[in-house]
Design a protein around this ligand. Sequence first.
Ligand code: ADP
Length: 545
Amino acid sequence: MLGLMQDWPLLCQRIIDHAAINHGERPVITRSIEGPFHRTNYAELRARALRVAQQLDRDSIKLGDRVATLAWNTWRHLESWYGILGIGAIYHTVNPRLFPEQIVWIINHAEDRVMMTDLTFVPLLEKLADKLPTIERYIVFTDAAHMPKTSLRNAIAYEEWIVGADGDFAWKEFDENTAAGMCYTSGTTGNPKGVVYSHRSNVLHTMLSLQPDAIGLSSRDTVLPIVPMFHANSWGLAFSSPMTGAALVLPGAKLDGPSVYELLDEFKVTCTGAVPTVWLLLLQYLEKTGAKLPYLERVVIGGSACPRAMIKAFEEDYGVQVFHAWGMTEMSPLGTVGSMKPQLADLKGDALLDMKQKQGYTPFGVEMKITDDAGRGVPWDGKTFGRIKVRGFAVSKGYYKLDDRILDADGFFDTGDVGTMDRYGYMQITDRSKDVIKSGGEWISSIDLENLAVGYPKVAEAAVIGVAHPKWDERPLLIIVLKEGQSATKEEILGFLEGKIASWWMPDDVAFVASIPHTATGKILKTALREQFKDHVLPTAIAAE
Ligand code: ADP
């Protein structure tokens, strides 16, 4: 017997409808690319999204067509998403920090028909346009007054483009499993892979993220999504904020410490999310100026491991709760969030930091297992490493135009991450499986060492890679960027680590560099570091020979 409940397809445009009806006046504020702050609200944003949908429809963009966006978080980008979604076309967010060849590759692979972009990226696209034959039209997120002269095919200012549409238009209706969005993983090795979200998976993921022990927003929040819409759907914030009626502050192109601080303070932001590198800049700014964060209640940190010192600074110096989260593009992206279960409610000081440093536990909608190489579950003892595998309603089952099977016999996707699970169900990432350092058959976590090293007050950023060793296969090399104006010695840094790690984890050498390369999503680019240090001879290697 089947249930007798209504068939109400989970379509993303229903989110903005709900926001306009229930929270129509809640503000959406943007630091515009042109400069000044721009204010709108959910009712206006929906009205303009309908005009986008109507105009795309007139331009013969159809169900299943891909519309690329190469753009910062702004109100125009957001209303375009809903406009694209509302006719069953697919928003394809392109990460501008990718190498130009990768941008060309993914746009051609996705066969995008339209490109919507910011003023910032017009010069870049002009250089690439010859290699982008599928793009029929470039729509620049600006008005006629700011529109530059450009050679881009059929280029038009966004405001000019929608001026002809009056918004007297109804969203299209279609199956909830229809593709909604595409996002390519950075592909540090090989070509990027296209993840394809559906309307259903996006709506369910939004509700997943809104569980109180996940990101748990409310209509009383003011949210600053610093994590870009092109980085795994801005971790769902572009959907979850309107679904709850939380006010939005969109940062545009400026993500430096002073600019982020200005938004947090001026607009009394209560919840924000970004990768650790962004918070590093903000914390340095706060340290330098003595500014405080009186309004901010919660900060979601993910994308790469959040250093202990960062959690401590937010929680103890600024009174802001840190939610350490883990996920990936293939998971829409949320996989785990580190909120405290009641058994842990009394933890304080170092014990609390130990727990907060873990990536947290799965919200409803994500199932996780940790296995050895043979696929057997490893004990949940907080010590035994294994491969992290997941399944759920917002987890990929394949990649665009690739036939590879990516699920195991039970439908779990191997995330490529290695970690431990403790008895409370809290997962801690040890490493990407390709970054873990294999020393004499045992594994050393590069993430643990990096986290410890950035706890040293003179250190701005740290990376650890495995370097070839004649006796142990690989041994850790610690690469350090010092804070401005600081100097330090190898002995001093290693002395700081002593007693905090098992002696065989101690890095064999320390290299000081001016900067560490990052991927397009703000992670340490280990492949580049391995290349840079491939001929590095460890002092212990000489001794062993
Ligand atoms: P890309 O791989 O394209 O850079 P993703 O955001 O999909 O973009 O990257 C996902 C990966 O980022 C995860 O598989 C994991 O290795 C890493 N990651 C994400 N969040 C965390 C975290 N909190 N701690 C450690 N690693 C993380």
